[in-house]
Design a binder for this molecule. Structure first.
Ligand code: SAM
Ligand code: SF4
Length: 337
């Protein structure tokens, strides 16, 4: 690789005045599950040559860190199916406590028991684990073949390693809505946080997402009948709004892209598995950092990052209507959720 050009200390501020301090990277689009709201059963994946190498991911991440990004989340696809994942975490983890405030991971948990100790040693202190149901049969149905016992084992190992755990649960009408209250009670008993997510219209799947869309304001109305929920001003750098379950340390987060737009405070950009820099989850626009790094080196990457920033849209315009095509064609697994 050619010598690394110096970076100006210029921070990343978009044309709407929002400082970009949070980067999400999808390290692989592959996954060992096939959650119904995320991908189709016959999902196909990118050929290897189109996927960023570990070195490319690390170099691109470092360009963002030098320009003021303080938090990085590694996601996918399932990040722990990528073989060199722990190596990447070790490399970026060296910056935690210095240029980076936090390095985090979103995982489906199936391989967490194998890697939790290494991830903790490499600098990961908080993880999001997606678990849409604790019922083995329903979990298998939603993920098409997953084993919730493995996820629960992974969560227990990560907790024992010292990580703080947030459970991600996509609220699905007629599927797991009856489990939301019990999941919150379980999280409170275990000392985990819970984030509920509205299903987003990203990528073609085998079902109509409108059939499963569950608006979170309605979920909150029913949770308030069982739990004393106090507003909480907790900030993680992400889009969730938080409540505290009174009498416990547990926070309930809500990610409601359909019913409560949070774009005015957006501080995030995403690098997809194939190296596209997406300024917004809900728009197709992107710039190609993979082409930049492979043909023009890091100076080209820097130039494309600045160009992208000038194109970050003010807001997404997601909507879910029966029978309508997804708002964006690419899946969340490629862009990184
Ligand atoms: N495989 C890992 C996992 O499931 O945690 C990381 C990637 S996954 C794309 C990240 C998060 O996005 C998960 O919490 C998942 O439930 C959520 N997700 C995936 N597709 C979604 C969609 N269409 N709408 C809302 N959330 C989605
Ligand atoms: Fe895989 Fe995560 Fe998508 Fe489920 S939500 S299919 S675990 S990438």
């Amino acid at each position: 690789m050619a010598t690394i050009p110096a970076l100006s200390a210029e921070k990343l501020v978009d044309r709407h005045g929002r400082a970009i301090t949070y980067l999400r990277i999808s390290v692989t689009d592959r996954c060992d599950l096939r959650c119904r709201y995320c991908m189709s059963e016959a999902m196909t994946f990118l050929p290897r040559e189109e996927v960023l190498t570990l070195e490319e991911i690390a170099l691109i991440a470092e360009r963002f860190i030098a320009r003021g990004v303080r938090k990085i989340r590694l996601t996918g696809g399932e990040p722990l199916v990528r073989r060199d994942m722990v190596e990447l975490v070790r490399r970026l983890g060296r910056q935690v406590g210095g240029a980076l405030d936090e390095l985090t991971l979103t995982t489906n948990g199936t391989r967490l028991a194998l890697h939790a100790d290494d991830l903790f040693a490499a600098g990961i202190r908080r993880i999001n684990v997606s678990m849409d149901s604790r019922d083995p049969a329903l979990f298998r149905h939603i993920t098409r073949h997953g084993d919730v016992a493995k996820v629960l084992g992974g969560i227990a190992t990560a907790k024992a390693a010292g990580m703080a755990i947030k459970i991600n649960m996509v609220a699905l009408k007629g599927l797991n809505e009856h489990e939301i209250g019990p999941m919150l009670a379980w999280c409170a008993a275990e000392g985990h946080d819970l984030t509920l997510i509205e299903t987003m219209p990203m990528g073609q799947i085998d079902e109509d997402r409108a059939d499963r869309f569950l608006p979170l304001p309605a979920v909150m109305d029913s949770l308030r009948q069982r739990f004393d929920l106090q507003p909480d001003d907790h900030k993680t750098g992400g889009p969730a709004l938080y409540w505290r379950v009174a009498g416990t340390g547990t926070r309930l987060g809500l990610i409601s892209p359909l019913t409560a737009n949070f774009c005015a405070t957006c501080n995030r950009v995403r690098v997809s598995t194939d190296g596209k820099l997406h300024m917004c989850l809900g728009h197709e626009d992107s710039v190609d950092l993979r082409a930049a790094i492979r043909t023009g080196g890091l100076a080209a990457v820097d130039a494309r990052i600045l160009e992208a920033l000038g194109r970050k849209p003010a807001a997404h315009d997601f909507s879910i209507a029966a029978g309508s095509a997804p708002a964006v064609a690419r899946h969340m697994s490629v862009t990184g959720g």
